[in-house]
Design a protein around this ligand. Sequence first.
Ligand code: FES
Ligand code: FES
Length: 921
Amino acid sequence: MTVMTQTIALTVNGRAVSVHAPPAARLAHVLRDELGLTGTKIGCDAGDCGACTVLLDGKQVCGCLVSVAQAAGRAVTTVEGLATDAKLSTLQQAFHRHGAAQCGICTPGMLMAARDLLDRNPKPSESEAMDALGGVLCRCTGYRKIVDAVLEMANGANGAAAVALSVGSAVGARMAKVDGVAKLTGDEAYGADRIPEGALHLRVVRSPHHRAKFALGELAPLRARYPGLVAILTWRDVPGSNAYGIYPTGKDQFVLAVDEVRYRGDPVLALVGDKHTVYAIRDDELPIPWTRLEPVMGIASALGAGAPRVQPAKQGNVLTRGRVVKGIIENGWRAAAYKAEGAWHTSFVEHAYIEPEAGWARRVDNRIEIHVSTQTPYMDRDEVAFIMGLEKEQVRIVPTACGGGFGGKLDLSVQPLIAIAAWKLGKPVACVYTRPESMAATTKRHPATIRARAACAADGRLTAFEMHAEFDTGSYASWGPTVADRVPVHATGPYFVPAVKNTSIAVHTNGPPSGAFRGFGVPQAAIAHEALYDVLAEKSGIDPLEFRLVNAIKKGDATATGQVLQHSAGLPQCLIALRPRWALWRREAASFNETSSVLKRGVGIACMWYGCGNTSMSNPSTMRIGISREGKVTLYNGCADIGQGSNTIMIQIAADAVGLAADRFDYVMGDTDRTADAGKSSASRQTFVSGRATQLAGEDLRRKILRLANAGDAATLSLAGSMLLIRDGEGRRVVDLSAMPADKNGDAMFGEGTFDPPTQKLDENGQGIPYATFAFAAQMAEIEVDTELGTVKVRRIAAAHDVGRAVNPTQVEGQIHGGIAQGLGLALMEEYLPGRTENLHDYLIPTFGDVPPIDVLLVEDAEPLGPYGAKGIGEPALIPTAPAIFGAIHHATGVRMHFAPATPHRVREAILKAEASDETH
Ligand code: FES
Ligand code: FES
């Protein structure tokens, strides 16, 4: 196809440039594709996310909404123009110090919006800062550290460099991210940023129907019509297994559908060719005659008599069941003085990472190399090999930076198709999902229908708990079995209950596949159990915080699976830390409500626990550390950093374990040719599992060094070029690394550590040891409800988390802020409706104005198995937020919400229903 271009002159980052592009081309695309300025990101291409924000004549604009012709003769500033002489600007330094970039994909847009603000208004207030940056979405940080960084500028940034750390002081320090500078300058390469010159592009053609049959027509005429179309892939082009899936027993998903599609978004064909052509071909030009079938939508329909089978092998549409039974439940009910019960419903929730799925592949002789944004390089490698019919060693995964994952990048996306295309065509092939494609095609949080009841004695002690949770696992298994297994274990919440009966079921529907999403079903269950405990507290006349404290599980108590907690169970400390705020905030809300009729305030509290790592499964991690002949120290780190900061904290742990300063360390992240398998970045396992493996690797290397030098344990190490100096009391030894032979990595010495947390299989009643350790937390939320509109504004949150040991308090706080923002979204606004909310203007996620100030209180009840005592924080941060907000809505209005999200119409409806019922009685 011929595309009309013009030569357009503009100034970019102070330099006069001419570009040859169609005048209507979007500025963001021209900056990236023509000028190589990939610091400007594209998250939606529709003006919704702000990732593409640049300055046009000094004012922030969305680069995806401005044509290059509009920029003609004008000055454009991108993130690459902020640093001068390779020195970060003071604004970038402030972001760096505050940990304001997590995955970093939103960071260029944030910086540009902040630059615009500060140029116009050097001393903005907090609300002015939030307004000015409000057009840029961040899914990781919860915005608070970004606001802190901007306000530090307003208050006179001191320009201080990030803290330099001495030997032995890395763990526990607020060390700046080791990959932070690249994220702040636009240098960081995400999935779409380093596509090789001349690569072909691949676009997936997907089902527009929830359920349909199809038969492909003749494809050759399309090839003839579009010379730029190099290949059209169908399922027949898959060289190995077209069926794949997370579990060996669940290979039920297809790289390309054969004759039936099971959800809106199922892949059918792949068009490969030049970028313009593959995106210019309309889906209605393709010869795909559809026969629509009645879809099975929702759990009730799927379980209804006579419902069609979504998956042929799954009778009754049941994918799997979970069960945990402890004690004699009837005895628990008999011992009860008070009982509570109810039902709750939650929705599909979209991960909404700002970076859509992206990557590229190339064939290198008899191997395939895939550069991709992923949470799990080794699982990707194994699954691509299976699909390609290759040996695992023939597949190399090189993770790019990942612009957010939250569980959504644990499943395959672009990997198999770009691999197949590159393998067949012998050319690099790239694929970048559009925002609507990302939202339609990828996994979601499981919608749940939960029925539960609980009972306590007159003194408030729990006597029985029973839950049945049904999860809509959508069209394919994905991580459905994980959710069904994990929820019954966690369903009581972090409390001691003598008699428990928890069951779960994952149900196939023609919805999108539900997969992993921060918490694996536990956040949905927490909404139910925390609501029941509020009711029991009220019935027994005990304050809600004290009720939780009375029942909080402690060391020496047995969980619902019969596991006796031996160490690190810091929930009581979390609740005690919140006590003063609890009393104060409740008093303040009551006093506000005395004089306010329409606006009502309330304060709620909720707790959580979360098993770190896979449920009752081996999930080992191996880490390696090498010192080269030149004296370069490298951590070979197989753990994908998806923004959570594992690149940094692993180096902190490694540094203290070896006994060298953290700034001596370089790292390799996730490359399957260069690192060992550290497992997936999920289940809040990397700090705990890979962190421990890193500590062991560091200790192994240190041991080898000390042995070589014949030095004692207390010796100190330092490096001067290739000379490794060992001081042991008065003694001083020097090892010349350059004189030693090097291994394949060029390392003269290396250490290795492997850690697999000890767990035990669950029996038929769910009894056993599913996790080696649990994280604990309690959060409280103050909200304000407009009782006439039904709107809920979260005013402040306090979050007390037992993290074992905060390896990097700044990053732990960032995880907590980000988790809370996502929990707030789950509670109040996020509802994915297939076919209706497949973009970021119909699907709402929290923005600057939605996330309130957050007080973080860190409790460090050390876990002896963890690295220097540390446990996980990724998922725990999100889990208590929604139930705390729901509790606060009840405190403010007297109504209990049973549906998440509690959107204004649902809150208003509940208030009206309660008023009507009051009038009736
Ligand atoms: S990419 Fe321009 S607003 Fe999202
Ligand atoms: S840091 Fe903002 S989206 Fe990840």
